[in-house]
Design a binder for this molecule. Structure first.
Ligand code: PMP
Length: 300
């Protein structure tokens, strides 16, 4: 796969309140965010021109910044408008949307009280994370890297720094020939993928780990409400790795992953089945509805 570097593309990026040409959206190398990972971001998807669950993403972005001790200098309405404007300005209707807030150059030390907070929103066309083979299912390595204790890292924030753990886990998984890694938490419970939450089907019930030290994904909550609407029993609980073998189906959910079946975890094999297919279909139908309908259908 040939990747076009992200600074060698054209388009427009919303940068600190202004729409700038893609190639000019640059920052200084002495930015605090670059040295100390003092950034928070979102990953959103636009379907048929509407950004799915936009307000929930914007609220999580603002909350992520507050967890890191900073206030993004825009209101939720302004951030929503920026996201919609950048999708429209790039002439996209099916797109991935990436807002990022970070600390600037005013101070380059552990203390960062004087730094200004910047915000940018970029967007680009991006098909499903796992590509056309999605229904075949993806393979997951059980990572040695663990999701940390919430007193060790700001685990409820979608903070850039937390992704170093995911990159380490994913690189190890890829080197072994797996698509992604399944991460356990510091206690040994099943946590999540490197960029998606995980669901298991046990005896026809839909189970997912309690998000007490990793991201409570927006897609995760949507899929739980779709499962309840289908009268599936939905159980949020701590899941031990030795239970995985008893699952009849496993799938990942997330903005980038959408609903993606899992066919293998370590040396355990699974066949994508009825529950995964049903929820994948319901999710694909939901994302094409108007934002108002989406809110109504996922209120439960
Ligand atoms: N966990 C991690 C580590 C993620 O990066 C993501 C993607 N944002 C998720 C879970 C899923 O979250 P969401 O459904 O809100 O995209």
């Amino acid at each position: 796969m040939v990747l076009v570097p992200f600074d060698d593309r054209d388009g427009l990026i919303w940068f600190d309140g202004v729409m700038v040409p893609w190639r000019e959206a640059k920052i200084h190398v002495l930015s605090h965010g670059l040295h100390y990972a003092s950034g928070v971001f979102e990953g959103e998807r636009a379907y048929s021109g509407n950004i799915f669950k936009l307000r929930a993403h914007t609220e999580r972005l603002i909350a992520s910044g507050r967890i890191l001790g900073f206030e993004i200098p825009y209101t939720a309405d302004q951030i929503d408008d920026a996201c919609r404007a950048v999708v429209a300005a790039n002439g996209l209707t099916e797109a991935y949307v990436r807002p990022l807030a970070w600390r600037g150059t005013e101070q380059l030390s552990v203390s960062a009280q004087q730094t200004k907070i910047h915000l940018m929103v970029a967007t680009w066309a991006w098909p499903n994370l796992f590509g056309d083979d999605r229904m075949k299912g993806v393979t997951l390595d059980i990572a040695d890297w663990k999701r940390p204790h919430p007193e060790t890292a700001p685990t409820a924030s979608k903070a850039a720094g937390l992704y170093m753990i995911g990159t380490l886990a994913k690189h190890t998984a890829e080197a072994k020939g797996f698509n992604d890694a399944l991460m356990l938490d510091w206690r040994g419970y099943v946590a999540e993928g490197t960029g998606a939450n995980v669901f298991f089907v046990f005896n026809g019930e839909v189970h997912t780990p309690t998000p007490d030290c990793f991201l409570d994904g927006i897609t995760r909550r949507v899929v739980m409400s779709l499962a309840r609407a289908r009268q599936y029993t939905v159980v949020e609980r701590h899941i031990m790795p030795d239970e995985i073998a008893k699952a009849s189906e496993v799938f990942l959910v997330g903005t980038a992953a959408e609903v993606t079946p899992v066919r293998q975890i370590g040396d355990m094999h699974f066949t994508p089945g009825e529950v995964t297919r049903t929820l994948l279909g319901d999710f694909e139908a939901l994302v094409r509805k108007s934002p108002a309908e989406v809110e109504l259908l996922t209120a439960a």
